[in-house]
Write a protein that binds this ligand. Structure first.
Ligand code: ATP
Ligand code: MG
Length: 241
């Protein structure tokens, strides 16, 4: 394995302070992370610990006060809400991201996320789960080298979330992904490793070596989740098995 694939993403000592309403908020306070090409890192942390700020800094949407982000290629980000342009069809939303109306990638990516035949629909005609698939497709059609997922499933009902989680596992296979979530089961289901974030930096992390696809009913899976002291790290557990 080459040096570039071992350290595909290097995030070093990121710091970012906001000053809302005269208060000083250290959103990132010395966050460092390395990720291999093709690895799936799940970042878990309670609300306000800096997860979205981290992804925005990696994507170049937010400028850190100090620290560096280095990776090879381009990043794509998917937010918690789909953020589709309502006056464009699904295909129009993808075409705008791709700057190409006629690319075969449009249909190809819609099929990848299970939306074949829906390219002509407007966002208002989609369910929440379908809109989030369209948002994922808009990101994937640009063929990002690094996929940044900001709680992409958290606004969905639990059945849709479980189904899309399985599909995310398939879609993300082989890609380099950073997923942020509040949900421990989701992190253990999807991640090659789980990183716990607290007050702007990593508190601890562990590798998940279970084979894929994972099974919530699997004893080893349940033991890993049960071994995480959710309250200690300020997370809410959402058991689904
Ligand atoms: N543009 C901004 N202006 C002022 N404060 C901000 C800004 N963006 C983030 N913050 C603050 O930085 C802290 C971290 O925010 P961030 O959105 O990164 O948290 P988060 O971990 O993603 O939370 P959640 O899980 O609720 O989405 C919060 O206290 C937030 O108020
Ligand atoms: Mg957030």
């Amino acid at each position: 394995m080459s040096e570039s694939s071992l350290n595909f993403l290097r995030v070093n000592d990121l710091r970012k302070t906001f000053l809302p309403e005269g208060k000083t908020v250290r959103a990132l306070d010395g966050f460092s992370l390395d990720a291999e090409a093709g690895s799936f890192t799940a970042v878990v942390g309670k609300s306000g610990c800096g997860k979205t700020t981290l992804l925005k800094c990696i994507a170049g949407l937010e400028r850190p006060d100090s620290g560096t982000v280095r990776f090879y290629g381009k990043a794509g980000i998917v937010f918690q809400d789909p953020r589709l342009l309502p006056w464009l069809t699904v295909e129009g939303n993808l075409a705008l991201a791709l700057r190409d109306r006629n690319s075969p990638l449009l249909e190809e990516t819609l099929a990848l996320v299970g939306l074949e035949g829906w390219g002509g629909a407007y966002p208002r005609q989609l369910s929440g789960g379908m809109a989030q698939r369209a948002s994922l497709a808009r990101c994937l059609c640009r063929k990002p080298d690094l996929l940044l997922l900001d709680e992409p499933l958290s606004a969905l009902d639990s059945f849709t979330r479980l189904r899309l989680r399985k599909e995310l596992e398939r879609i993300c296979r082989g890609r380099t992904v950073i997923l942020v979530t509040h949900d421990i089961e989701e992190a253990v289901y999807l991640g090659d490793r789980v990183v716990f974030m607290d007050r702007g930096k990593i508190q601890s992390e562990f590798a998940v070596t279970l084979s894929r696809p994972r099974d919530y009913r699997d004893r080893a899976f349940q033991e890993i989740c049960a071994g995480i002291d959710a309250e200690d790290i300020g997370l809410v557990r959402q058991p689904i098995y």
